[in-house]
Write a protein that binds this ligand. Structure first.
Ligand SMILES: NC(=O)c1ccc[n+]([C@@H]2O[C@H](COP(=O)([O-])OP(=O)(O)OC[C@H]3O[C@@H](n4cnc5c(N)ncnc54)[C@H](OP(=O)(O)O)[C@@H]3O)[C@@H](O)[C@H]2O)c1
Length: 226
């Protein structure tokens, strides 16, 4: 396998939305789920997000718990996984949390639609930048590159467009969904898999591997891709 073992983690409402129609990064996870997610992050070599999530939400993408960062260091690893962003046009502010927050290697996959000056600026800030001469980032090539960078376990943290493409291209092994006891509704609210969609005939098939009931009323579903 010349790509990392890849798992998507999402927090969704009972109606499958990963944000409200306002698209302001609504909180969905419970305290218990955040702990589970931090443990999962600590187990990863890299954390991948899509451009909209990266630019609109300023995720820190670091391991929150000092004890977990310490454990990683004891294992001879970096305190945080590599932060990875996929962005068609990488206009990432120099003061963004992706760049500034925490001690982590940072990698951006982008296209030639990003200006040379923006690419130079990112590289000047220590970000490793890979540029595709295509309308969008080639995710299969990206997965190979991450493998070459030493990423064995890749955690994907959305949003819906990136999740769908990663699944559609057969680049994922596991899907973890924390289903919160909430309904957002809204035809335009993002779901855990957006993009162009599939016909019934070409639907991706999953195998349910585990179900966990949380005290907060949520449910954790663990699926494997067939
Ligand atoms: N609850 C959760 O677990 C969770 C986690 C993360 C995010 N979210 C939510 O998800 C929403 C954002 O999701 P989103 O679907 O709008 O965007 P997204 O998946 O975060 O970002 C997709 C971006 O990646 C770029 N891209 C480049 N090459 C691509 C490729 N080959 N395939 C797919 N994307 C590619 C796209 O650029 P172009 O379209 O310009 O080409 C686009 O900017 C937000 O509301 C956020 O709150 C929720």
């Amino acid at each position: 396998m010349n790509r990392p073992y890849t798992f998507i983690n999402v927090a969704a409402t009972a109606d499958g939305k990963i944000d409200s129609f306002e698209r302001k990064g609504s909180a969905i996870s419970s305290a218990q789920d955040k702990e589970r997610m931090d443990e999962l992050r600590a187990s990863a070599d890299a954390i991948l997000v899509g451009g909209k999530t990266l630019l609109d939400e300023q995720p820190k993408l670091t391991v929150k718990s000092a004890a977990r960062r310490e454990r990683r260091i004891e294992q001879g690893r970096s305190p945080n996984p590599i932060k990875v962003g996929v962005v068609t046009v990488a206009d990432i502010p120099a003061d963004s949390d992706f760049i500034q927050f925490g001690e982590a290697r940072r990698v951006i996959f982008t296209t030639a639609q990003t200006s040379i000056s923006a690419i130079d600026a990112l590289r000047g800030l220590g970000v490793e930048v890979f540029v595709d001469d295509a309308p969008r980032v080639d995710l299969t090539k990206m997965a190979r590159t991450l493998n070459d960078l030493g990423v064995a376990r890749l955690m994907v943290e959305g949003g819906g467009t990136l999740n769908f493409e990663m699944m559609r291209l057969g680049l994922t092994d596991e899907l973890l969904i924390y289903l919160a006891p909430l309904i957002f509704g809204g035809a335009n609210a993002p779901t855990l898999a957006d993009g162009i969609g599939l016909t019934r005939q070409s639907a991706l098939r999953l195998r349910l591997a585990d179900v966990e009931r949380f005290d907060d009323g949520g449910v954790l579903l663990k699926y494997l891709f067939k």
